[in-house]
Ligand binder design. Structure first.
Ligand SMILES: C[S@@+](CC[C@H](N)C(=O)[O-])C[C@H]1O[C@@H](n2cnc3c(N)ncnc32)[C@H](O)[C@@H]1O
Length: 293
């Protein structure tokens, strides 16, 4: 195995058989884990070393560096630098899909149909936009003419994911999994240089506002009350303490009968008493659930 410039034997533990040209020591890895936990609440497991190497390698190469220690020093020297944003963007996982966890959407449709006043939904880990656009399409179908006054606030810590989300342009393969009638109604197919791409129609994209936001930040740039909050497949990256703190901050932002949608492998019942399970990965405020809704 090639050990790269100036590497001591033993500095490569955990990297397996893969050839590596950049130096990532145990100490660097543990520093990176600490930093991403402090910045974003993300708990990186020991076995994520390969992932960290490949995700941050681009940043090192961008700066012409060969050692992770030099990169970390560069970050430490510039506490406010844009590089921190790139560091965080690189270490987030953005996996998502249109109408992911399909069972949530008929429930949302039914919930907003009964709502009084303009409907407001928060997609709290919006990634590249598939989730908030799926919500907006559901509101369109469910609310008819009232959809024009409905709003979806979509937030994420990853500024690159948000840039892609705002563009609202996706490879057609991604859109193919959606119902054909929805594709016809809510997407425009690209021609010429945009062949192979599909764009979310303006009547859907105009309902969604994208904001950059860290769920750990002391102030959130969103204001309730929301009819529903989608916080799916992000809590899995946080420890229980962080999850509990976030759940407690969601509660006052929901309408009394509001719904909190979680990811398929997330269970909030054991974390906070503020929410009570109402159905498959869907929660309601505990006090209201007690009132017999
Ligand atoms: C796996 S994606 C989930 C996307 C979507 N909610 C879904 O379920 O398909 C997780 C998202 O959480 C975001 N994220 C991670 N840490 C965050 C934090 N501290 N604050 C806000 N968003 C965060 C990531 O950038 C990523 O886009």
């Amino acid at each position: 195995m090639s050990q790269g410039p100036g590497v001591e034997p033993g500095q490569w533990s955990g990297l397996g058989h893969l050839e590596r040209d950049l130096v990532l020591t145990d100490e660097d890895f543990s520093r990176i884990r600490q930093l991403i936990y402090q910045r974003a609440g993300i708990v990186l497991a020991e076995h994520k070393r390969e992932m960290v190497y490949s995700r941050l390698a681009k940043r090192l190469r961008h700066h012409g560096l060969t050692r992770f220690s030099d990169y970390l020093e560069k970050l430490a020297r510039q506490p406010d630098a844009r590089e921190w944003e790139a560091f965080t963007n690189a270490l987030t996982t953005n996996l998502t899909a249109f109408f992911r966890e399909m069972h949530h959407f008929p429930l949302l449709a039914e919930h907003v149909r009964k709502a009084s006043g303009p409907v407001r939904i928060w997609s709290a880990a919006a990634s590249t936009g598939e989730e908030p656009y799926s919500i907006a399409m559901t509101l369109h179908e469910s609310l008819g003419a009232r959809a024009t006054e409905a709003r979806v606030v979509a937030t994420d810590i990853d500024t690159e994911a948000l840039t892609r989300a705002r563009a609202g342009v996706y490879p057609v393969e991604q859109v193919r999994k959606i119902d054909e009638s929805r594709v016809k109604r809510f997407f425009q197919k690209g021609r010429g240089q945009h062949e192979g791409l599909a764009r979310v129609r303006p009547e859907v994209s105009s309902m969604v506002e994208f904001l950059s936001m860290n769920l750990l930040a002391p102030q959130w740039p969103v204001k309730g009350p929301f009819d529903a909050i989608f916080c799916r497949n992000v809590m899995i990256y946080f420890d229980k303490q962080t999850q509990a703190r976030i759940l407690e901050r969601f509660a006052p932002l929901l309408k009394d009968d509001g719904l909190l949608f979680a990811g398929h492998s997330e269970n909030f019942s054991y974390i906070s008493k503020v929410f009570r399970l109402r159905g498959q990965t869907v929660y309601t405020l505990a006090e209201m659930a007690g009132a017999g809704r």
